[in-house]
Design a protein around this ligand. Structure first.
Ligand code: ZN
Length: 91
């Protein structure tokens, strides 16, 4: 075995490991790549569902409305004062 071949072999090994280091700069970062959060996809239910305020008869988006559960029924209000009014009038 000639010395040149020997040197070439070590050179190739050196380059190979250098490439490996470049491809994987940080060991243990694999788990990070797997914790990708699922992208937010709004379903049909999340599309602005409108609910009516029984006090002032105004329609408000469900996610912004104030909710009151009473006797197994859900009521939605545009604001706190409507909710209070509802509770006053209906006992
Ligand atoms: Zn209202």
């Amino acid at each position: 075995m000639s010395l040149i071949r020997f040197a070439l072999f070590f050179f190739l090994v050196y380059v190979f490991f250098k490439l490996l280091k470049r491809l994987f700069p940080k060991q243990g970062s694999e788990s990070r790549q797997q914790t990708k959060k699922p992208s937010f996809t709004p379903g049909p239910r999340q599309v602005n569902e409108m609910v009516q305020d029984p006090v002032c008869k105004v329609y408000v988006p469900k996610k912004e409305a104030l909710r009151l559960d009473k006797a197994g029924k859900s009521y939605y209000f545009c604001c706190r004062s409507c909710l209070d009014k509802f509770q006053e009038t209906k006992g």
